[in-house]
Design a binder for this molecule. Sequence first.
Ligand SMILES: [Zn+2]
Length: 279
Amino acid sequence: MQLHSIDTGFFKLDGGAMFGVVPKKMWHKWNTPDVNNMCTWAMRCMLIEDGDRLVLIDTGIGDKQSEKFFSYFEPHGEDSLLESLKNKGFHPDDITDVLLTHLHFDHCGGAVYRDKEGMSRTQFKNATYWSHEEHWKSAMEPNPREKASFLKENFVPIEANGQLKFLKDGEHLLDSLSVKTVSGHTEAMMIPHIDYKGKTIVYAADLLPSAAHIPLPYVMAYDVQPLQTLKEKASFLNTTVEQEQILFFEHDPVNQCCTTQMTEKGVRLGEILRLEDVL
Ligand SMILES: [Zn+2]
């Protein structure tokens, strides 16, 4: 089995929204905002090569929305989903499975593209796309708070094309890849757990978007149930310490992975790592 980090570029989100109740005086050291208080975040996907399976976790923001839409989020950087896959030696048609942690646009935008005729097509035509049934339902009939994050053109074509399947909490997609669901950020977001050489790598998605979000009060204002996130974070972080797990960050603009450690203040960052160091 081989793991690859797949960089799909950066985008910007309001620093206040990303750090919730934590004052800027404290968070600005982690991520310096621009004049509009926008901070830069990565969209870092993961590719798992295992026998004849090639599993992609999340797909970045994609490129099919309007200029006006992208002007709010300012996608930038050298990397793109397809270029990064190509650099690792893969073609989109090689992908057998796409695991979408959740259906917010910065996670599933690359799942579907618009062709020259303006037709929506799934980017990975040979892949099964995996979502969570309860999450899918909530994305199809979103609450007013999350509506702007669920863009139907990013995921409806997956089902229309017959490529959609669902995973359940605790279910395995590979022997070495299972998911745990959490519902503080959004209904039934899937957190992939990858077992590799006796270690567990946790793809932290939006439960812990960056290393800055490890202390418990650092909960995004986007979360639909922040108190639930607090509980879920506490439980996940304790497990990372107990089991010496490695966190893989989707949105951290600098840090790819880290270990954690227990301190008198609670769980904190241990060692910053690159995925290559872990493997
Ligand atoms: Zn996100």
